[in-house]
Write a protein that binds this ligand. Sequence first.
Ligand code: PLP
Length: 225
Amino acid sequence: MSIKDHLLRFRESIEPKATLVAVSKTKPISDLQEAYDAGQRHFGENKIQEMTEKWETLPKDIHWHMIGHTQRNKVKYMAPYVHLIHSVDSPRLLKEINKQAEKNERVIDCLLQIHIAEEETKFGFDQNELLELLSSDAFAGYKNVRITGLMGMATFTDNKEQVRKEFKSLKTLLDHINDNHLISDSHDLKTLSMGMTGDYEIALEEGSTMVRIGSAIFGSRNYNV
Ligand SMILES: *Cc1c(COP(=O)(O)O)cnc(C)c1O
């Protein structure tokens, strides 16, 4: 099956329930162009330099999503154009995004990445760090970032109940913040970015509004090139 066939099949099972972000990291421009020609407009990348090169080359109506752990000194390269940063995992990174957004006279939409997995390896805030951030004076002063939701990655495991439990905890946290008005009205927490090729079905059942699918659309990635 072609990239186009995979995409159309996915969109049928995902939309309109959730937005499909096609994760195109490591893939050549020609693959992205094929997806674009099939109507795809949301693309996810995990390296700023690679995303910026693709942004420069491809049509300008693409929405670029940064989904990977980000170094603060590189935020400036994506600040002019990035559509949504999913992987905000520290207060210092958020501060830098706000600063670069201000320089570009924009408000950049961000998701706060929450550590929901049992694994130690995943980045993200834990619940207490998150609530501390939201109630801090520094956070109240950020006028050029808008928090539009939360992102989480479940443990890489075959244990579906574990994955489900982790996704459920992210949804519960989002509802908790909204129900208790723990964030000011200038933000708008409605996006739940959860689910990848291996676990998107469970994520959708648990309330995902945005799934990040790579290998099921573009084929497996070869990191040895
Ligand atoms: C690579 C990546 C994905 C996509 O993974 P697949 O298993 O190929 O669908 C999703 N989210 C993040 C954060 C990623 O780094």
